[in-house]
Design a protein around this ligand. Sequence first.
Ligand code: GDP
Ligand code: IMO
Ligand code: MG
Length: 422
Amino acid sequence: MKADVLLGLQWGDEGKGKIVDVLTPDYDVVARFQGGPNAGHTLEFDNQKYVLHTVPSGIFQGDKMNIIGNGVVIDPNILKSEITKLEGSGREIRSKLLVSRKAHIIVPTHRLLDAAYEIAKGASKIGSTLKGIGPTYTDKVSRNGLRVGDLFENFEEKYATIKNKHIQILKQHNYDYEAQLAEYEASWMEGVELIRSLQIVDSEYYINNAIQDEKRVLCEGAQGTMLDIDFGSYPFVTSSNTISAGACTGLGIAPSRIGEVYGIFKAYCTRVGSGPFPTELDDEVGDELRKKGNEFGSTTGRARRTGWIDLVALKYSVIINGVTQLIMMKSDVLDEFDTIKVGVSYVVNGKESKQLPFTFTDDVVPVFEELPGWKTDMTNVKSPAEFPEAFNKYVKFLEDYLEVPIKIVSVGPDRAQTIVLN
Ligand code: GDP
Ligand code: IMO
Ligand code: MG
């Protein structure tokens, strides 16, 4: 058996949480492989809405195992509130939640460093979620990080070392850290205590044994390909590999053991935070997309920027990830448009191209094709046979351009509003 991967193809918030939840009944294990509480994965069923930041999105489906992999960065305080909330809703989750001993820990001063670095960047700030993601991955790569396993061995000493290092940097930035640190540290320490009570495992062994035993493993990505540290719109990216290769390093799965790669995208496009967005709509059409799509961040509540679908960027994502099946989300948001635009190429410095430029600081002007809207309420559609003709044409146009079939279409936030295509 091979492990399958589900990941975002745009700038995040494509609807990964919803679809992982929908697919989980077909799997035995769901494993997050990168990112941390910068993620906000929303699930809706039985008229309830849940937002997960660290806990994998398979947690609501029976007794399937959920793993927080080595590639993830964990804020104990945030994990504590997630678990407390889930348990508060009457769910038993600890027996089906495993945490990698090698996952890195976000300490309170990582969050403060995130804020200090953003202030230092001024107008060119990334628009980070300020959850401490960048500084934590920086410490990981520079070999100064604190891992889950360290919570059990000389923790106080290791914590003091990393905290004091950070305080020196905060002082250099004249960052007023003391009150914020004191406020966060107390409940963060409670989170550390909570993590110590969870099932800590060598998840690379667990997952490889599961694959060997013919168990089905689904790897859950966070963020999206255009936020990948190597291939995204650098420097306006997150600090991890969000692409399919990230599942290999973030869980310890060999490339030869990856099976399907599900690439998920919105029928239009959004981005939250700063950075290039060629097909962005800074007008009333963009406002309409934001309103109909309820495009406000699941983690920070910030209004998301909106625009038409960008097939140049999407094609790039399909290639980099080796996508084998596409999943199109939020098509219902386009239900009322007379016409729908699709970005098919860019004009960069006067030359038309279907490649992403090295930086987007050059003038990038998108070229659009216009397709007729379907002008039909899709939210109650149950099968592909009910799709309006114009909707089928939209799907076909995307499939022809991307050269990968669309296998699932989502027509609303609820678990049930999901249509599998043949
Ligand atoms: P994720 O980070 O990729 O898991 O996505 P988010 O949860 O941050 O954002 C997706 C948002 O769209 C959530 O509020 C979902 O409830 C919602 N959503 C998911 N699928 C659909 C859909 O097909 N239609 C509509 N209207 N909303 C959807
Ligand atoms: P999910 O998993 C959308 C964006 C931030 C910012 C940049 C860097 O819910 O799709 P960071 O906090 O990582 O330093 O922020 O990345 N970003 C996301 N945008 N969805 C996410 O996660 C994101 N996680 C980070 O807005 O522009
Ligand atoms: Mg999200």
